[in-house]
Design a protein around this ligand. Structure first.
Ligand code: SAM
Length: 326
């Protein structure tokens, strides 16, 4: 291990990386070469990995400029390349960097603690702030547009699909009736009032699922996962490895489907009209472990935001060679 003295951490951006020991343990045997942290956030996982493997060249992506700034500071002494980009653009970013293959990747989905804790970002139902929720502050769509302008049917659809919200009709009707909704706490109050009193006392804050659904819609979080994971797997060298951390069932369903398909364990083949082509029938990865892992009870007690995490990991199959440029 080569920890070194950590540089001064940006006190405005503190995020406790989830399952960091498990992530580093799985990734520490990758060949030397370029490693992609697709959601670098505050750089906590990246720094822990580089402590264990200082020979890796890390490329970190994040679409939140404040995360890019924080990760650039935290990883300044590690020669990492940090880019403001969505992981939907990972192929273009790697090409721009002259990197044709990677030795591993990490996807740590969801929001960072600073995004949740800063009222002005508008992610939190606990703090009063504007209806924003954009990870990339340069994008057009914000929570204000969704809450105040989207038709009721679209609100119902996202509340069901992204929030598993059983009171989606009541909540959507209450939001539409209360327009214009001015702030995050105003929205949280409307949601709480729309949910029957006995149900308000179960399953955490009554507005949690609604805020999650709106955040996923604003940031188009789910539709980017499958193509990005496919691209990362395709670019990983044999013997290379990947880890994916997801935080709710919608994310994990997609991750599980992609990884199982690429591992040749997919049920989809049973429903195919035609036999798979030779490239489809060859598993590209092995799942290690075969299913998912959860944080330890101690980590969940220490960091409640870790409690919904699911860890999935893989190793790329094929004969060994290193990841490189060009
Ligand atoms: C849970 S945090 C990652 C924390 C990081 N692993 C660490 O140790 O600090 C998730 C990060 O992913 C970023 N993010 C979410 N969706 C993204 C996307 N499509 N492309 C790039 N970054 C994304 C968020 O802005 C956030 O900073």
């Amino acid at each position: 291990m080569n920890g070194g003295t950590p540089p001064a951490i940006d006190s405005r951006f503190v995020h406790h990386p989830v399952m960091v020991a498990e992530v580093v343990e799985h990734l520490s045997t990758v060949p030397s070469g370029f490693f992609l942290d697709a959601t670098v956030g505050g750089g906590g996982h990246a720094r822990a990995l580089l402590n264990a493997r200082p020979d890796l060249s890390l490329i970190g992506l994040d679409r939140d400029p404040s995360a890019v700034e924080a990760a650039s500071t935290v990883l300044a002494d590690r020669g990492a390349t940090i880019c403001r980009a969505s992981f939907a653009q990972l192929s273009e970013v790697l090409e721009t960097q002259g990197v044709s293959s990677i030795v591993g990747s990490l996807f740590d989905f969801g929001v960072s603690s600073p995004q949740l804790d800063k009222p002005e970002r508008g992610f939190s139902y606990r703090h009063d702030g504007p209806l924003d929720m954009r990870m990339d502050c340069g994008q057009q769509l914000s929570a204000n547009e969704v809450v105040n302008n989207w038709p009721s049917a679209d609100l119902v659809r996202i509340l069901r699909r992204y929030g598993d919200e059983r009171y989606s009709n009541r909540i959507a009707a209450a939001i539409v009736a209360a327009r214009p909704v001015a702030s995050t706490t105003a929205l949280a109050d409307i949601v709480r009032e729309a949910i029957p009193a006995p149900a308000r006392r179960r399953g955490g804050h009554p507005a949690k699922r609604t805020f999650q659904a709106i955040r996923i819609a604003v940031n188009d979080e789910l539709d980017q996962i499958e193509p990005a994971l496919e691209a990362a797997i395709d670019r990983t060298v044999p013997g290379g490895r990947g880890v994916v951390l997801s935080y709710h069932s919608g994310e994990d369903r997609i991750v599980k489907r992609v990884l199982r398909r690429r591992a040749g364990l997919s049920d989809e083949s049973r429903f195919r009209a035609l036999p798979p082509s030779p490239s489809q029938s060859q598993p590209a990865i092995e799942l290690i472990p075969r299913g998912s892992r959860r944080p330890s009870p101690a980590e969940m007690a220490d960091n409640p935001r870790a409690s919904s995490a699911r860890f999935r990991a893989f190793c790329k199959l094929g004969s060994d060679h290193g990841g490189g440029a060009g």
